[in-house]
Design a protein around this ligand. Structure first.
Ligand code: SF4
Ligand code: SF4
Length: 176
């Protein structure tokens, strides 16, 4: 059922619209005054000026793969992150660890691991779901490229951004 909403009846000062215009200008002038006095920063001269040091600890930038203290890639190619990624930005090609390898218990490793940064929405679900703490959203935000292909971060690039992460959650940890 439809309802007809009656238009509010404006008083004559409201019909002039001048009080509203002056109230808006007063707010603008107040911001302008605060900016002149250095109380408000409205512009960052990027890229000359960066705010990297002020990024909060929970900032979610580019996802990246990490290695452990001994230089081993933590990812075990379980593909959970590929499955959970909402925009389907992750593509993994698992490889099998040879039976003679000391890490054969792990079974798989990522032969290929690509993240399409055009698709990525920085949601952090890959980090949340990873059972091996192998993928993290780092503070990198300057993700640029001249072609679509350049915007796909391959395994080498992901490991370069990720670096080393210290911790104990490892599938090949003897305590497990
Ligand atoms: S941050 Fe989100 S969108 Fe980006 S790769 Fe991870 S799960 Fe996918
Ligand atoms: S990054 Fe984590 S969730 Fe993704 S495949 Fe590797 S181990 Fe699995």
């Amino acid at each position: 059922m439809a309802f007809a909403v009656a238009r509010p009846k404006l008083t004559w000062p409201e019909r002039l619209f001048l009080p509203q215009i002056f109230a808006g200008m007063a707010i603008t002038l107040n911001h302008f005054k605060n900016m002149l006095l250095g109380r408000t920063k409205v512009t960052v001269q990027y890229p000359e000026q960066k705010l990297d040091s002020t990024l909060p600890s929970y900032y979610r930038g580019a996802p990246a793969l990490v290695k452990d203290e001994s230089g081993r890639i933590r990812c075990v190619a379980c593909q959970l992150c590929e499955f959970i990624c909402p925009p389907r930005a992750i593509k993994i090609e698992p490889g099998e660890i040879p039976p003679a390898d000391r890490f054969r218990k792990v079974e798989k490793f990522p032969r290929e691991f690509d993240i399409d940064m055009i698709r990525c929405i920085y949601c952090g679900m890959c980090e949340e779901v990873c059972p091996e703490q192998a993928i993290f959203l780092r503070k990198d935000y300057a993700i640029t490229g001249l072609t679509r292909a350049e915007m796909v971060h391959n395994k080498e690039k992901l490991l370069e951004i990720g670096g080393v992460m210290h911790g104990v959650v490892l599938k090949w940890n003897e305590k497990k």
